[in-house]
Design a binder for this molecule. Sequence first.
Ligand code: MN
Length: 497
Amino acid sequence: MDTLNRMEVWFVSGSQHLYGPDTLRQVAVDSKAIAEALGNSTKISVRVVFKPVLTTPDSIFELCSEANINKDCIGIIAWMHTFSPAKMWIKGLSVLNKPFLHFHTQLNRDIPWETIDMDFMNLNQSAHGDREFGFIGSRMRLNRKVVTGHWEDEETIERIGVWTRAAAALDDARRLKIARFGDNMRDVAVTEGNKVSAQIKLGYSVYGFGVGDLVATVNSVKENEVNAIVEEYKSAYNVTRDVERSETLRDAARIEIGMENFLKAGNFKAFTTTFEDLHGLKQLPGLAVQRLMEKGYGFGAEGDWKTAALVRSMKVMAAGLPGGTSFMEDYTYHLDPVGMRVLGAHMLEVCPSISSDKPYLEVHPLSIGGKADPARLVFKSATGKAICASLVDLGNRFRMILNKVEVVDCPDMPNLPVASVLWKPLPNLKTAATAWIIAGGAHHTGFSQAITAEYIEDFSSMLDIEYLLIDEKCDLTAFKKEIRWNEVYYNISGGII
Ligand code: MN
């Protein structure tokens, strides 16, 4: 993943000329110090660039226009050290098309009780200056994140760090190309959707290819390339000599190299496959998909381009953080009243970034698809907190659904030759699954142990789409009401695409 290094957010302070040059100089010095502190924090992974203090409608408009066209700028952080009459911001904010965070902080953490005077009061005005600024954001119905707290407070900085990663995912989504090998799995509903709406609302574009285009690339792979990658498998995974020497593994290696070459040539960062359309491929791509996901590609099975895009966005948000991110499916339940669990897995395609140990590389029959036995990585997931997210197309809008889960130890399953994860959904399986189904959440999800619900909430806000959270506080009666209210809101708020 090479995405975060080149990106920057712009730190902007508002003021006005009323205060005179001395105060404005001080505002600039203080703002620069805060921008530098944020930039130096390990909790913020993009650059934080200080911008000159803004005091007029024209300078605000110019800055917002520059931010729009600047390729490295992924968003703006605004702070009102002093009072900045907010009508000055209307022209600029009305054209801004980058995410925007309102940082409600104050230079001094504490009131200096002994020395406080009117000079102090005239400089440290964010308690009221940020309220004036906040009003215009609400008056203009702008989606933005408001973060309150002292700029040296680690918890406060973390809120900003989450937002910068969501902004990075938005920037990536706006340039994201998804390769779709074959079409949708026949008759399946939730993996369908309006690709024109998706491009307008979510940014990314979906390119369909006959699987023969991929086969041609796979068939052009050279034997020495296959040898090299088989050596890589041997050092990265537990693999038996039988599998290591098998033609099946060499076929899987050819598919991996061919697929990666295809994706690189077209600058695709996400892709889908479908087991119903594999003409010319000797096996369902399993190992290839797993390894490409680990490199940062988004993936959706059975033609599921929405989940492919979501997994890619989650991987961008998670770049460099501990814990993995994968395509996932709610596969089977354990309904023992003592501890109800979901076993998450797929036919093959689970990302080894979530593995707790060195994966096993194995070859087993697959009862679906009618192809040769495919190679795959088999492993169990690390335990701990995680999220499952689903993006569905409701016909008049996109809805993001998120469930907080806790991954738990999984008993050995000697006869199950796929990667899997066992989790407890919050607040419990009965409530979580009921809420998920009422919300129309898909069986495919983006699963992550690296990012939290807050990332997806920020990301959904930037996309201006509906966000439904199923967490430890989920109450089904309130959840049903929220869905009904949202139905009205999205029909009158201009949310229809
Ligand atoms: Mn599936």
